[in-house]
Design a protein around this ligand. Structure first.
Ligand SMILES: C[S@@+](CC[C@H](N)C(=O)[O-])C[C@H]1O[C@@H](n2cnc3c(N)ncnc32)[C@H](O)[C@@H]1O
Ligand SMILES: O=c1cc(-c2ccc(O)cc2)oc2c(O)c(O)ccc12
Length: 369
């Protein structure tokens, strides 16, 4: 313990933790690549011996002493559990002690790929080279002139890179759809009034249509359309079926900076935070053009930063999202005053904000009185 410090962590150990913060994400990635949670799950949830685990891995050979060290770290992260039991040899004699591993609750819920709550696509995406490497160039993103850290690291802008890399396009779309699945019930249960009575809706930048499908399922009379770039729409399914319903949505390819299909309501979920103010005003003006002459609304689902967030570092996740936008795109998270300015600059008449979950809000922008 440092002199003058309480019983808490020393400043030095805090700094070491920051310095090696990437280790946890990459160890988790290795656990996913090795399908450790799936193997233990298919072994009845464990416990499974180190030798059985080792012989079930999707790689041809492994040094079990190395695997044991990886498992030791994952047990420390509380992803897996471990027990040491005496190993009995073929003659019934007690030989060496043998490590056995089980799934901790977090792995059983989120890391088994067949679980409804599997977070595996989002973890593979966020620990990919394409997403980790740009963070090494944050300093470059501070220069005036608009080149993002992603462009410096990957040699292309974020959206064009995905267009040219189908595997990353698929991973990004899957990660976005996973994020949507976490928010769907909060959005539909707590904001039913926002959608009820709407005859047609276009989800602009709606990815592969996870949200449009959830809305179509909750409001079967509504004509729902997902609108996105051609390579994203090409990665989406035409329809999905539940045991009692076939959910059909329209899928339209296009560019929101050019024009947007007409509808009573336009949804923009986590789209505007990818763009600078001038680009957001352009997108919002195109949305306004797509709305009817009377009524209509734009439904924006985004983070609304509290005005003094830079003095409240407790909400680190929100600040990390904002930095993520700085690193990947030309966007940012915004305060209510910043949202108000964008909406009014795009020619809308009024707005209303509803808080829906810890991180997200619904901002309704109305074009007419
Ligand atoms: C951060 S993702 C959000 C996806 C989805 N709305 C969600 O919340 O999961 C932003 C989306 O905007 C789309 N996008 C980017 N540029 C676009 C453009 N010019 N026209 C239409 N969509 C675009 C991307 O392909 C991507 O699907
Ligand atoms: O690069 C990203 C990553 C995310 C993301 C991935 C997985 C999660 O569980 C949460 C967020 O979100 C992004 C996003 O919303 C965006 O507009 C651009 C890039 C990313």
């Amino acid at each position: 313990m440092e002199i003058g410090k309480g019983a808490g962590e020393s400043d030095e150990s805090k700094l070491w933790k920051f310095a090696f913060g990437f280790v946890d994400s990459l160890v988790l990635r290795s656990a996913i690549e090795l399908r450790l949670a799936d193997i233990i799950h298919s072994h009845g949830g464990g416990p499974i011996s180190l030798s059985d685990l080792s012989s079930s891995l999707p790689i041809p050979s492994v040094d079990t002493r190395h695997l044991r060290r990886l498992m030791r770290y994952l047990v420390h992260m509380e992803i897996f559990t471990n027990k040491t039991t005496p190993h009995v040899d073929v003659h019934g004699r007690e030989a060496d002690e043998e490590e056995r591993y089980g799934l901790a609750p977090i792995a059983a819920q989120y890391l088994v790929t067949t679980s409804d709550k599997s977070i595996v696509p989002a973890l593979l995406y966020s620990s990919s080279r394409e997403i980790m490497e740009p963070y090494r160039y944050i300093t470059d993103a501070l220069r005036p002139g608009g080149v993002t850290a992603f462009e410096v690291a990957m040699g292309n802008n974020f959206w064009d890179y995905f267009r040219e890399n189908p595997e990353m396009n698929r991973l990004f779309n899957e990660a976005m759809a996973f994020e949507t699945s976490l928010l769907t019930s909060a959005l539909l249960d707590h904001s039913r009034d926002v959608f009820s009575g709407v005859a047609s809706l276009v989800d602009v930048g709606g990815g592969t249509g996870a949200m449009a499908r959830a809305i179509a399922q909750a409001f079967p009379e509504m004509k729902c359309t997902v609108f996105d770039l051609p390579h994203v729409i090409a990665d989406s399914d035409e329809y999905t079926s539940t045991p009692d319903q076939v959910i059909l949505i329209n899928r339209v390819k296009g560019d929101m900076f050019v024009s947007i299909p007409s509808a009573d309501a336009i949804l923009l979920k986590r789209v505007l935070h990818d763009w600078d103010d001038e680009e957001c005003v352009k997108i919002l003006k195109n949305c306004k053009q797509a709305l009817p002459a009377q009524g209509g609304k734009v439904i924006i689902v985004e983070i609304v930063l509290s005005a003094d967030d830079d003095r409240k570092p407790a909400d680190r996740q929100t600040l990390a999202f904002d930095l993520g936008m700085l690193v990947m795109t030309k966007g940012k998270e915004r305060t209510e005053a910043e949202w108000k300015k964008l909406i009014l600059d795009a020619g809308f008449n009024g707005y209303q904000i509803k808080h829906i979950s810890a991180a997200k809000s619904v901002i309704l922008a109305f074009p007419h009185d």
